[in-house]
Design a protein around this ligand. Structure first.
Ligand code: 1CP
Length: 343
């Protein structure tokens, strides 16, 4: 049997690739007409996530269209709160709602519903059976702090102030929430790996709102615990950490959590990241999703700057945050052609 090389997986394992492997955060989603059609047919986002055959199809759609080096499981970071016993809904034109919100309801009052994650593992098995052999399959979960911001407030927010206040006001109760999310996340990611994903990413979308001491306690410490548990159970399976908004705290995050690779958002200068992240550590990022919408020479220049800055280490080309809904498909094609042709 010949084994096919997977450039993204090799890069995550520390081998620099001559052409950086590429995938885009939120690459399965609303900028794709084939996604919108299937979502309408299934009657909404959660119906899509819970229908494993449809979720597998959505995971593969961007691979079929663009040939990205990585496929990311189609699910959501809020499946963990659902498994911990909150009811999850997405109202039309609104963000997610989780009830009861933990700002006024004890964690101990929730009834665990881990079976709500079973359709996700079935999606993983179906995708793993269908992906092209050179494509790396990525699982994911939210990091405890980011997931907690939704569980405590019951909804998304711009500055996470309800959850930050809760964490200062009752750190013992908040530590229990973080502990419960962490335990569930370890189990969830382990089962994704057992079902067939080859690497996992921890999304910490709201880590940028924390003070340095709170960042140490609610971002670095729980992520370190999750990474250690995953490495013990699944040696060799890379973990990507993406602490969006971490800014100058990024090098400490990279050193102290034990992640194998670090995601860099678009607010960070790639040359600063290259100079300040541990030598040889794989980095992922960090094109501004808005310059992908602009396209043309602005996009090519921004992409080149990132390619140059990370030329000496393992680099996975990605956006600095999720792809936006109004991104022209032609610009995604041009970006891929550019990355794969330069040098
Ligand atoms: O079709 C739709 O209307 C649903 C939009 C949507 C999609 C496509 C949601 C609701 N979730 C997802 C899928 C999703 N979410 C993926 C699958 C892979 C992919 O799309 O390629 C992933 C990795 C996520 C991760 C996620 N969900 C994050 C972390 C990453 C990030 O963008 O910061 C967060 C914060 C969420 C919560 C969430 N889910 C959905 C929405 C609208 C939100 C954000 C709510 C808010 O802004 O607070």
């Amino acid at each position: 049997m010949t084994t096919v090389k997977k450039p993204l997986l090799a890069c995550l394992q520390g081998e620099r690739q001559p052409i950086p492997p590429v995938w885009l955060m939120r690459q399965a989603g609303r900028y794709l007409p084939e996604y919108r059609a299937l979502r309408a047919e299934k009657g909404g986002f959660l119906a899509l996530v819970n229908d494993s055959a449809a979720a597998a199809e959505v995971t593969i759609q961007p691979i079929r269209r663009f040939g990205f080096d990585g496929a990311i499981l189609f699910s959501d970071i809020l499946m963990v709160p659902a498994a911990l016993g909150q009811d999850l809904t997405f109202g039309v034109g609104e963000g997610p709602a989780l009830t009861p919100a933990l700002v006024d309801h004890a964690l101990s009052g929730l009834l665990l519903a881990l079976e709500r994650l079973n359709p996700v593992y079935e999606t993983v098995r179906q995708v793993a059976a269908q992906l092209p052999p050179q494509t790396t399959f990525l699982g994911f979960a939210g990091s405890p702090w980011t997931v907690a911001t939704y569980m405590v407030a019951g909804h998304g927010s711009k500055d996470q102030s309800e959850t930050r206040r809760f964490a200062y006001g009752d750190p013992a109760a908040f530590a229990e929430i973080i502990g419960a999310i962490s335990a569930c996340t370890i189990d969830y990611l382990s089962k994704q790996i057992e079902a067939g994903v080859e690497a996992v990413q921890l999304f910490d979308s709201w880590s940028g709102s924390l003070s340095p001491a709170q960042f140490e306690r609610w971002v670095i410490a729980p992520n370190a615990a999750i990474v250690a548990a995953l490495h013990a159970r699944h040696p060799g399976v890379p973990v990507i950490g993406f602490p969006k908004g971490a800014g100058e705290k990024l090098p400490a995050y990279a050193r102290e959590t034990g992640v194998d690779a670090v995601g860099v958002d678009e607010t960070i200068d790639p040359e600063w990241a290259a100079a300040n992240l541990p030598n040889g550590m794989p980095v992922q990022g960090n094109l501004d999703p808005l310059v992908l919408i602009a396209g043309g020479s602005a996009m090519a220049q921004a992409a080149q700057r990132i390619l140059d800055a990370f030329a000496d280490r393992p680099h996975i080309f990605n956006l600095g945050h999720g792809i936006l809904q109004d991104t022209p498909i032609a610009h995604v094609e041009q970006l891929l052609a550019y990355i794969r042709s330069v040098r």
